[in-house]
Design a protein around this ligand. Structure first.
Ligand code: ATP
Ligand code: MG
Length: 164
């Protein structure tokens, strides 16, 4: 099926915004893409939901969550970033394993399955994932998860866009 990825991400944000607000976090979204990708809507929704769930969970009260979708050539770029506790560089490659949790996991609940699902869904859609610190700050690095997925219907936006 052709999945409108921007709409899907907006739907997931709508579901999680209240959870984030309950933690007095600021929740920003920037959805600037009307492309579709060939794939499985339910799996993609699970993928995005798990990323947002992690961002909220691993970010203390008063922090910031940001979800962005933007065009990237023949791909769409999805970023979920937070101002939370982050993942140390030596652990970034481990967290996609099933049941793996950093520091088990710093007393927050979970099974260590979310990111293995995210990784599987990205693979199924021929995408790729990058994890990076959001801030250059050892104490409060935050996390930025960036996923690129190939698009099927190119974005009408960009420099050559026809108005009306
Ligand atoms: P589940 O998703 O199954 O409820 P979980 O959140 O512990 O449990 P994953 O989503 O797979 O499992 O994440 C694996 C580990 O990666 C987490 O336990 C945590 O240590 C780390 N992690 C994931 N997302 C973040 C994040 N946004 N900030 C800091 N650490 C994170
Ligand atoms: Mg999780």
């Amino acid at each position: 099926t052709e999945v409108p990825i921007g709409e899907l991400v907006a739907d997931a944000c709508e579901l999680y915004e209240a959870v984030s607000e309950d933690k007095s976090q600021t929740f920003e979204q920037s959805i600037d893409s009307d492309v579709t990708i060939e794939g499985d809507r339910d799996l993609l929704f699970q993928m995005v939901s798990n990323l947002i769930d992690n961002a909220i969970k691993y970010t203390p009260e008063g922090g910031n969550i940001r979800v962005a979708v933007s065009p990237a050539g023949s791909e769409v770029r999805l970023e979920v970033s937070d101002s939370g506790i982050g993942i140390p560089d030596g652990e970034k490659e481990n967290v996609f394993q099933r049941f793996y949790r950093v520091g088990k996991s710093r007393s927050l609940p979970g099974n260590g399955l979310g990111l293995s699902l995210v990784s599987a869904v990205t693979d199924i859609h021929q995408g790729r994932i990058d994890l990076a610190d959001r801030y250059d700050d050892e104490e409060h690095p935050g996390l930025s998860v960036v996923i690129h997925l190939p698009v099927t219907v190119p974005d009408g936006r960009g420099p050559d866009r026809q108005e009306n």
